[in-house]
Every structure is written in C-alpha cells, then in structure tokens.
Design a protein around this ligand. Structure first.
Ligand SMILES: *[C@@H]1O[C@H](CO)[C@@H](O)[C@H](O)[C@H]1NC(C)=O
Length: 366
C-alpha cells in the first residue's frame, strides 16, 4: 500500500518535473548528504542514544588508583606539567615492546608542541614487564625522552583497565594544569589541531568554566558478554544490566578536567570485577556512575578503517589501525601543502567516510 502510494507519487512527480530534473535533484541530494556526512552521523547517533542504557544498576569497579609518585616506576619530573602548562595532555597507552610506534608518534603528532596557540604535551603509559632486557630498554628510553609513565602492574591486554586507572590517577595528581586529557592508543593517528578546533566550535573559548566532557566515538547499547569462556567475559554479578551504558571507544577519547576528577573518584569508590572489564567499558561505567554523559563525535574513527586522503585526515581527530610507517608518511603528506579549503575538507570527509563504510570493494585503488 505504502509502496504503491510512493509509486503514484513518484509518477506524479516525474510528470510534473520531468525525469531529468528529478534525477538531478537526487544527485544533488546525495552530494549534499556527502558534504555533511558527519552531521548526519551525529544526528543519527543522537537519536539512538539516551533512553536505553540508563541506570541498569551497574555495580562499579572498586580500586584505589595509585596517586603517590612512588607508585610509578618511571615518570618525567613530577613538575613536568607545572613547567609545560599544557592545555591538553595526551596520554598514549602503549605496550612496552612498541618502541617503533612511540617513536613514530614523537616524530609526528606527539612531543611538546604548540598548536593553534595551545600547549600540548604527549606522554606514554606503560606497565611492567618481566623481561629484564625490555625493562632496561624502557629505562633507557625514559631517560632519553622523559615521556614515559610506568605504572606498577604487569603490562598485558587483560590489564588494560589498570593502565587506564593508573593514567587517570597520574593526570589527576600530576597534571592539574591540563584542561583536557586525551587517551589515545599507540596505533592511532591523532590530530590535536582538529581536536582543538572541534572543542572550540562546540564548547566555545576554552577560557570559560569547563563542563564535564567525555568525547569520542560512542558505542551504543553494547550487551555484556556473559559467556565465561569468552575473552570479554563479564559476570552477571559485576553487571546485571542487559546493555552497558553508552561509552566512548577506547582507541581515542577525550576528558575535560572536571570529567577526569569525577571519573577517577567514581573509579575509586567501587570494587573491580574479576576478570577486569574492557578498558573502555570500565571508563563508561565510571562515567555513568559519575553522571557524566558521553558525547559522540564523527571525527573519531571506529569500525571500518578510514582510507587515507589528505583533506579527510586534516579533519579527522583520530584514525585507528595506523602503522608507524603509515603515520610518518601520512603526517608528512598532510602538512606538505596548504590546509584544505572548506569545500575540500567537506568533500574529502564525505568520500573517505563513505569509502570506510563501503570498504575497499568498490574502489580498490581510488
Ligand atoms: C595484572 O597486574 C597484576 C599486578 O601487577 C598482576 O598480578 C596480574 O598477574 C596481571 N594480570 C594479567 C592477566 O596479566
């Protein structure tokens, strides 16, 4: 019935406007949609958010995050933030053996830099290792670059949540100067300039009083895995709800200073389930308890890989699954020419997001 109605409507439209006009309208609409693909994504996501995932009685992780300096085996001077006064501190969660990834980050978006007039500092979060050779290498690396923070826990995939706890505690205690904390994985192409612009556009001049911001790619209504043999097992006692509260993907997310404080307090207030929950789910649970809602940004990649395009990458805040060599190559290319125009960015973003969705099937060599 509906389809027939549409069909009749279509025939009338065609009669009225002619096929050519109608087709050009469609093409125009598609182009328009492509230009504003990120706004459309934001709108669709916001429709799906709220409601479900509300307070489903998550029992919260308890742990007292280490805050004394002796809890960190390696770290830059405790006065590093007092000296550098970063507006944004980026803490990269890195596996101890990933020296190449860390070096690529230092050579590209990392280090201590000034972007759009704001100071930015990047540090690396690692855990302990049992291999004495690697331990020695880490000590040497820390001495040379003074940008490693090593927490007192065994570095393993299953312990990532401890790394995040350790990071939050470090930032809370040693970096009160930073207005924003970004947590980024070491295989992520991060773009502080795009982030600062996004913050400016959405929250105005950073001089004003900060809200609680928890920003990233929001995962909606993820169901806990109650299968005890699974890698992401989550016991019913630890979380009885049907879906987790919405949370930001762990590959890259950003917290404003008030959110860091609230989240780390929430994390300290409740017991840690065993086995540990995935890091991003854990942060989402803490945010939920703390009453901090996640904000979705289409400029954080997630899911399908985003193919490289200069103007697209100039606009994206984070792109994950980037190898160290790619990072160096892309970064050099992104900065080889003048910044892209507004139309250039819109078009490129539309195309690369669309390609990310369709995958490499349609345009293997575009
Ligand atoms: C996590 O870290 C703790 C503290 O170092 C350690 O006892 C535990 O074995 C680690 N767990 C895993 C799964 O690596």
């Amino acid at each position: 019935m509906v389809i027939r109605g549409l069909w009749v409507c279509k025939i009338r439209l065609v009669k009225h406007f002619g096929l050519a006009q109608l087709l050009s309208f469609l093409v125009f609409a598609c182009l328009f949609a492509a230009l504003f693909i990120d706004y459309i994504e934001l709108w669709v996501t916001s429709l799906k958010m709220n409601g479900v995932g509300g307070s489903q009685g998550g029992i919260l992780p308890q742990s007292v995050p280490p805050t004394r300096p002796e809890e960190y085996l390696l770290m830059p001077s405790p006065l590093v933030c007092q000296r550098a006064k970063p507006f944004l501190i980026t803490m990269v969660t890195s596996a101890p053996a990933n020296q190449k990834a860390r070096q690529a980050i230092r050579d590209t978006w990392g280090g201590e830099v000034q972007v759009r007039g704001y100071r930015i500092m990047t540090l690396f979060m690692v855990g302990q290792v049992s291999d004495p050779v690697l331990t020695k290498q880490l000590t040497d690396e820390a001495r040379e670059h003074a940008d490693l923070v090593q927490g007192r826990f065994l570095d393993s995939y299953a312990n990532l949540t401890l790394k995040t706890l350790s990071m939050l505690a470090w930032a809370r205690r040693f970096c009160p100067e930073a207005r924003f904390l970004a947590k980024v994985d070491d295989d992520v192409m991060f773009n502080p300039s795009a982030l600062l612009q996004y913050i400016n556009v959405n929250w105005g001049a950073p001089e004003q009083e900060l809200e609680e911001i928890y920003l990233g790619r929001v995962h909606l209504r993820v169901a806990p895995d109650h299968n005890p043999t699974s890698k992401h097992f989550f016991s019913k006692d630890a979380f009885p709800g049907a879906v987790f509260p919405d949370y930001c993907s762990g590959t890259a997310y950003v917290l404003s200073r008030p959110a860091v404080l609230k989240l780390s307090l929430a994390a300290a207030a409740t017991p840690l389930p065993k086995p540990l929950p995935p890091e991003d789910v854990f942060v989402g649970l803490c945010a939920h308890t703390a009453g901090v809602a996640p904000t979705h940004s289409p400029l954080f990649s997630g899911g399908p890989p985003v193919p490289y395009a200069r103007c697209c990458y100039q606009a994206m805040v984070s792109v994950h699954h980037t190898k160290p060599e790619e990072m160096l190559h892309y970064w050099a290319d992104m900065h080889s020419k003048a910044p892209c125009s507004w139309v250039g960015v819109r078009t490129s973003l539309g195309i690369c997001k669309f390609r990310a969705l369709v995958g490499h099937v349609l345009w293997p060599v575009f």
